[in-house]
Design a protein around this ligand. Structure first.
Ligand SMILES: [Zn+2]
Length: 112
């Protein structure tokens, strides 16, 4: 069956151009868009709070990222009562945005 590579709609045999998109149909759909580079550890912050601040900016810009807290093990320690914001954390982001995120982090931390 022919498919439209743009809207991924399936057409009956004989149709050659997608009436909606005006693109030539293909026999097989290409793979789903590949993820924008895999996420790698970009920078280690001495406080999770700083990592959260940078992540806020990245979230707003639509850059995928997450924070892996080194606090996971610490939280399991007996007698620990503080907040996790004072513990080191690592910010992860796309490999191709590494430089950008590092610069952003440096700029932001300069103002603290
Ligand atoms: Zn289409």
């Amino acid at each position: 069956m022919p498919f439209c590579p743009k809207c991924r709609y399936e057409y009956v045999e004989g149709v050659e151009v997608c009436p909606d998109c005006g693109v030539k149909l293909v026999d097989e759909l290409p793979e789903e868009e590949p993820p924008r580079g895999k996420l790698v550890p970009i920078r280690r912050f001495k406080s999770r709070l700083y990592a959260e601040m940078v992540k806020d900016v990245l979230d707003r810009e639509g850059i995928p990222c997450f924070i892996s807290g080194d606090d996971v093990g610490i939280l399991g320690m007996s007698g620990f009562t503080g907040t996790d914001s004072v513990w080191p954390a690592t910010l992860w982001g796309p490999e191709d945005k590494k430089d950008y995120i590092e610069n952003l982090s440096t700029q932001m931390l300069d103002h603290i």
